[in-house]
Design a protein around this ligand. Structure first.
Ligand code: S3P
Length: 192
């Protein structure tokens, strides 16, 4: 399995914030699939949904995973300076922390690709926690509805089995600080 740490979970569960923090602490690069797609396409996620529809966006997510897998395969072994300042090859490739869009694990094909890409951590939150965090946000097209809390509940119910199928580890994030969640993930990561 590749040496990447992958964070999945519903919109607003903290994947990007926690992912960035983990990447800093573990000295690994950070990749966010939404940002990756926006950069490749040169437009925002909202614009992709409006102009091309959700299905096209989902195809872009699958393409993103396949590209990241290819890139991990071709990455050279990492090189590190030793105490005497001499470069040494480190055993094994250095992975990235990868935070993925909330809907990406829904496709069965993507669940397999995620596991191929690395170790998958599911950040699990209650609908109320999510609602408190994302209310007022206008960047997530799927939540621009009359009753976002109801929509969150329905989508989470539908997605739960998909997240569970994709993940190796589940971390409950409700009522925990970012530091607590980060510590928990690092412990689980180091157990492997
Ligand atoms: C989506 C989640 C978003 C983004 C898009 C669709 C979803 O990512 O990919 O708006 O279907 O749950 P975040 O989970 O990073 O907000």
């Amino acid at each position: 399995m590749k040496n990447n740490m992958i964070l999945i979970g519903y919109m607003g569960c903290g994947k990007s914030t926690i992912g960035r923090r983990l990447a800093k602490i573990l000295d690994m690069p950070f990749i966010d699939t939404d940002a990756w797609i926006e950069e490749k396409e040169g437009v925002t996620i909202s614009e992709i949904f409006a102009a091309q529809g959700e299905n096209s966006f989902r195809d872009m997510e699958t393409k993103c995973l396949k590209t990241l897998i290819e890139e991990s395969d071709s990455e050279p072994d990492s090189v590190k300076d030793n105490d005497e300042g001499i470069s040494e090859e480190v055993n094994g490739r250095k992975g990235s922390v990868i935070s993925v869009g909330g809907g990406l694990p829904v496709r069965e094909e993507n669940q397999k690709l995620l596991r191929q890409l690395g170790q998958v951590f599911y950040l699990k939150a209650m609908p109320d926690t999510i609602f408190e965090r994302i209310k007022g946000d206008t960047t997530r097209p799927l939540l621009q509805t009359e009753n976002p809390l109801q929509k969150i509940k329905e989508m989470m119910l539908f997605r739960e089995t998909k997240y569970q199928a994709a993940a190796q580890k589940v971390i409950v994030v409700d009522e925990k600080s970012i530091d607590q969640i980060v510590d928990e993930i690092i412990k689980l990561w180091q157990e492997n």
